[in-house]
Design a protein around this ligand. Structure first.
Ligand code: FNR
Length: 368
């Protein structure tokens, strides 16, 4: 029997339900990682190698874990990251995430490859709700320019250029499920030049420009006033390069383990990056985010202790939305807030500024 929503006590519970109720092809697309999925698994196990060094006898009667991201005040330091094809999991698509984000005062990053149209997602936002845009850069720069200008016009507050996907990774689970389904999918292509036999991911991504390089950054800066962030950075040298290029932030990420297998997890890269930036006095020059494998408030707290401004969360909200619609997303966010309050108390931090590197033991992921 299917658990009712109230029986979901953490973000992993939504995944278990989604796995049982989702269409096979949709499950395969959401849940798959690249190649042997070693990186996807590492996204979780990396967090398990970091331990807390809590402070005691701190007054934690009142706990405030609100913060700002790119100048926007948010209730809790996570955002809903960009994940393509929301309608595979729920016929309403990403508007459900928009509404959930509104309810909990967190930011939604709109994917280039959303199932809902961009304007639908902007229109679904209420009041002063803030959204960002994730950008896949088209070989045709006129199209990219139009997308960026339109996003700015419609009030998007951040442009996240995905830099870890010059070619889409091989997600074999996704490819296999499409292969067995090829009959129905060929019908649905309606003559478009997509190759459905390669899985959902490859079918939709052929427009992405693999020649994108550092040389293109000034062009983006010339066409928009939105803050520009690079999503998918994997090494401190590239963080430094990003700072020198004058962007406002980076996301240390491996795309949820869906691109380069054996890319390190965002939290491990963060542990490499921050000491180098601190040495240079550069830790406040840009905002640093991580994503990948964040499932518990303790994961969020670990990232903030190490110097992240916030974290992105992807699959859990897709699963919550697929299994239960908006009430699922609402409950997932509520659970994270409850976990956050408790764990801030238990670690001895009354506010976000209290989280610092001394509160984590990272010997499991660092050698020095
Ligand atoms: C993604 N991700 C992603 N990233 C991006 O820049 N553009 C995109 O279109 C997508 N699409 C996408 C679809 C699905 C189904 C998933 C699971 C992921 C990557 C995403 O933004 C983020 O990096 C990861 O999802 C974070 O890892 P978790 O939270 O899913 O473990």
């Amino acid at each position: 029997r299917m658990p009712i929503l109230e029986q979901c006590y953490n973000l992993m519970d939504f995944e278990a339900v989604a796995r049982r109720v989702m269409k096979r092809t949709a499950w395969a697309y959401y849940s798959s990682g690249a190649d042997d999925e070693i990186t996807m698994r590492e996204n979780h196990s990396a967090f398990h190698k970091i331990w807390f060094r809590p402070r005691v006898l701190v007054d934690v009667e009142k706990v405030d874990f609100s913060t700002t991201m790119l100048g926007t005040k948010v209730d809790i330091p996570f955002y809903v990251t960009a994940t393509a094809l929301g309608k595979l999991g729920n016929p309403e698509g990403e508007v459900i995430l928009t509404r959930g984000a509104k309810k909990h005062n967190v930011i939604q990053m709109i994917p280039t490859l959303a199932s809902c149209s961009f304007d639908e997602l902007i229109d679904a936002a209420e009041g002063n709700q803030v959204q960002w845009l994730q950008l896949y850069v088209n070989k045709n720069r006129d199209i990219t320019k139009r997308i960026v200008e339109h996003a700015e016009e419609r009030g998007c507050k951040g442009l996240f250029i995905t830099v870890d996907a010059p070619q889409l990774g091989r997600r074999e689970k996704d490819m296999r499920s499409k292969f067995s389904d090829v009959g129905s999918n060929v019908q649905s292509t309606g003559g478009h030049d997509v190759d459905r036999s390669q899985g959902a991911a490859r079918a939709i991504s052929s427009f992405i420009d693999p020649s994108l390089s550092w040389k293109d950054i000034p062009w983006f800066q010339s066409i928009t006033k939105m803050p520009i962030l690079l999503k998918g950075i994997q090494r401190v040298e590239d963080v430094i390069r990003a700072i020198e290029a004058g962007v406002q932030g980076v996301v240390l990420s491996n795309h949820g383990g869906r691109q380069l297998d054996f890319a390190r997890s965002g939290i491990e890269v963060l542990a490499e990056v921050m000491p180098v930036l601190r040495e240079r006095g550069w830790e406040d020059k840009i905002e640093i985010y991580i994503d990948g494998g964040v499932r518990r408030a303790t994961d969020i707290i670990k990232a903030l202790c190490l110097g992240a401004r916030g974290v992105g969360i992807g699959r859990p909200f897709l699963y919550a939305m697929s299994a239960y619609g908006l009430p699922g997303v609402d409950r997932a966010m509520h659970l994270l807030k409850a976990e956050m309050e408790m764990n801030m108390r238990l670690i001895g931090a009354a506010k976000i500024e209290d989280l610092d590197p001394s509160m984590v033991d990272t010997r499991g992921i660092t050698t020095h």
